[in-house]
Ligand binder design. Structure first.
Ligand SMILES: [Zn+2]
Length: 253
């Protein structure tokens, strides 16, 4: 298999992710740990939108560095794979529910409520306590709107990845759109101030020179060491980003 050399041009490889993990060092970076203790320096969250294999690879690498993080899974036929989820759970990571009930119910709150009530209990198997909304850029619904009419405690949810975090006290870095804090990551932006870093190396440098708390959010599907797959992802994401920009502009006007 052809491997990509890790330099500034070839970012978003498992190799570059490993560099970041080396900087972070052994610790519990789960959202649950952040919610329970007030001492978390890092939250690492992964939204598994697709590519379960990549999620497992990331989970294995993290466990080599004795790092625990949170993985959020969608309830979709090819993505809700108990075998893979079990493996990630057994490595010591937190498993959570990546809900998209407003999208699935096309904005209908009653159906969304029903769906949440059906899907969330599936995660009991992994003792899940937290959830993270899926931000589909191609729909006009916002899954966070579910909480305008529902309470986390109604479903015994201990935390939501956006609503339960104090973004004034932690710096948020997301790879949405396959770049760090790009302008296309708008659905999950909220009121957060996104610091611009241009590469994973830049992010590491930023962490080195600041004393802060960091919330790092990734989509495992963007991170690949295989050259052909890496080029394919880069190409597809550039097209997707163009579409997202068009939608964003439409919403603005
Ligand atoms: Zn998602």
């Amino acid at each position: 298999m052809q491997k990509i050399k890790n330099n500034k041009m070839k970012d978003f490889t498992l190799n570059s992710y490993e560099k970041l993990l080396r900087k972070i060092g052994p610790r519990d970076c789960t959202l649950l740990h952040y919610l329970k203790n007030n001492d978390s320096e890092y939250i690492i969250r992964h939204d598994v939108d697709k590519s379960l294999g990549n999620a497992l690879k990331m989970a294995m690498i993290e466990s080599q560095y004795e790092i625990k993080s949170s993985y959020y899974f969608r309830v979709k036929p090819n993505l809700f794979n108990k075998n893979i989820i079990n493996k990630i759970y057994n490595l010591g990571h937190e498993i959570g529910y990546h809900y998209e009930v407003m999208d699935k119910a096309k904005g209908d709150l009653i159906s969304a409520k029903k769906l949440f009530g059906e899907e969330w209990p599936l995660f009991k198997e992994w003792n899940s306590k937290t959830v993270a909304m899926h931000g589909n850029p191609l729909t006009s619904y916002n899954n966070l709107d579910f909480w305008k009419n529902n309470k986390l405690s109604d479903y015994d949810v201990k935390g939501e990845a956006y609503l339960s975090v104090d973004f004034d006290t932690i710096k948020y870095f997301t790879d949405t759109g396959r770049g760090w804090n790009t302008s296309v990551s708008f659905k999950d932006k909220g009121n957060k101030v996104l610091i611009k870093v241009y590469s994973t190396n830049d992010l590491i440098e930023y962490i080195n020179k600041t004393e802060d708390r960091y919330y790092i959010m990734t989509h495992p599907q963007y991170w690949s060491d295989n050259l052909i797959i890496w080029i394919k992802i880069k190409f597809l994401e550039s097209i997707k980003n163009i579409i997202k920009r068009i939608i964003k502009n439409k919403l603005k006007h």
